[in-house]
Design a protein around this ligand. Structure first.
Ligand SMILES: C[S@@+](CC[C@H](N)C(=O)[O-])C[C@H]1O[C@@H](n2cnc3c(N)ncnc32)[C@H](O)[C@@H]1O
Length: 444
């Protein structure tokens, strides 16, 4: 498939030259790329009408690769993908309530590579890819990302503190996941289009009753010796100051005088201290994100489970949900309203729920029909009708709105086990069709 591009260094695994396709409802088969069946499109079954607009969002039931093949030429993807966030099964060799997580390593690697390779031509120039994993496969996955997108596309390895409680039985109590961030345009170019984190305005204060409101302050100095920025400043208390050794004032003297006239300079220590620049909320530059994200900022797995329990008090808990605050940060950094966010491993639907609340378009794909029925679909309906007060709803005053389409793609290799599944979906959707409009564009 993809050629080794990284100085000829590549990860090899059995059957790497074959493609891996979904077969049935939870397994995969190796397929040579000249297999005649690959020319047949996956079968699509739409539960809603008019879904293929460049302003709509979609929940797809099926395998992520089949979904991309079946839908990539529709207007849904016409504007290109701005963010791909994927949180696949980590290959922990465990069995969770909703899905098995034990694949052979080579299958897991091909599964990942084939989906990344299928996404690649659909990405916008300013796109980014966020791959969420734990230590089971992250080091191998990074080599796969290097192979598909090139080493130069690596942006960051984000550490998310996923829990605060300690597992005293383990050799080490692992409390983090890793999110690998790649941008096909490379970090220097991507940096110019990504969003900075919003500064916490709660830290602003109004120490001089400024009628313009509270402010932050920053030193009125700059590194290095600049002749035009070396002059005397007389403080309100009468002290005569020069810039500290090896530094200059932040601006030239005329600019300083103008700032002083505008009451933008603050002298601490009752007028004896060094000048500081007053910065009002609208003047604050955002923050460049750190690579370590604490749970106090973006939540834990347990926070996400509590949110789902609030929505579905009678369901078996979904084992591996991610908190909405984590997705809020990713989507904020990597996209703007109206742009397309894609998740090929929907689970309980966190990515789509947050993207919707943040007025992005989204496409999310989940292979397990029961998970869709129990979590993804009802959760997204609750987002639309404003009956989901959890996650980021309070923070952004989400009151509902918008719509989404629902479709199913069936694999070309093997048939779906449980043909009754579409009928269950049909009847469930029929019951909610009268109260929900799936056909109008995202207009919240
Ligand atoms: C780790 S969970 C995702 C959790 C999700 N981020 C959330 O917050 O709820 C992985 C999900 O991917 C689904 N899945 C596994 N293989 C898939 C495939 N080939 N295509 C689509 N979904 C798949 C599983 O059924 C499971 O629900």
């Amino acid at each position: 498939m993809t050629k080794p591009v990284n100085d000829g260094i590549e990860l090899v695994w059995p059957n790497k030259d074959l493609e891996l396709h979904a077969s049935g409802s939870s397994s995969y088969v190796w397929v040579p790329s000249d297999d005649a069946r690959l020319t047949m499109p996956p079968v699509r079954h739409d539960y809603t009408t008019s879904m293929y607009s460049s302003t709509s969002s979609a929940l797809v039931i099926g395998d992520g690769l089949d979904a991309l093949i079946a839908l990539s030429a529709t207007p849904l993807f016409a504007d290109g993908i701005r963010v791909l966030y994927i949180d696949p099964p980590f290959n922990t060799q465990k069995t969770f309530n909703q899905y098995g997580d034990a694949m052979s390593r080579s299958m897991w690697l091909s599964m990942l590579r084939d989906r990344l390779a299928a996404v690649k031509p659909l990405l916008r120039d300013d796109a980014s890819i966020w791959l969420h994993l734990d230590d089971s496969e992250v080091h191998r996955a990074r080599m796969v990302l290097d192979e598909v997108f090139g080493e130069g596309a690596f942006v960051a390895s984000v550490i998310w503190q996923k829990r605060q409680t300690r597992d005293s039985r383990a050799a080490f109590s692992s409390n983090h996941d890793t999110i690998l961030v790649y941008a096909p345009s490379g970090p220097r170019s991507w940096k110019t289009s990504r969003n900075l984190l919003v500064k916490d305005e709660a830290t602003l204060r109004n120490r001089d009753d400024d009628p313009r409101g509270p402010w932050a302050d920053a030193p009125f100095t700059a590194p290095g010796f600049r002749k035009a920025q070396q002059y005397e400043i007389i403080t309100p208390a009468g002290d005569v100051l020069r810039p500290p050794r090896g530094r200059s004032w932040y601006a030239t003297e005329p600019t300083y005088k103008q700032l002083l006239d505008e009451d933008r300079i603050w002298f601490p220590k009752q007028g004896h201290g060094s000048p500081r620049l007053k910065l009002f909320a609208h003047q604050l530059r955002g923050l460049v994100p750190f690579t370590v994200w604490g749970s106090s900022d973006v939540g834990t797995n347990d926070d996400a489970k509590k949110h789902l329990l609030q929505l579905f008090p009678n369901s078996t808990v979904f084992d591996t949900p991610k908190p909405e605050e984590l997705l809020e940060r990713i989507i904020h950094i990597a996209s703007n309203p109206g742009e397309l966010v894609v998740d090929l491993f929907a689970g309980s639907g966190t990515t789509a729920a947050v993207a919707h609340k943040m007025r992005r378009r989204w496409v999310t794909v989940e292979r397990n029909t029961q998970t869709v029925l129990d979590f993804t679909l009802p959760r997204l309906l609750a987002v639309v009708d404003g009956s989901d007060p959890g996650g980021i709803s309070g923070q952004i005053a989400w009151a509902g709105g918008g719509s989404f389409a629902v479709t199913q793609v069936t694999p070309r290799f093997g048939t779906l086990t449980g043909v009754h599944r579409p009928r269950i979906l049909e009847s469930k959707l029929e019951a909610i069709r009268s109260t929900h409009t799936f056909t109008s564009p995202l207009s919240a």
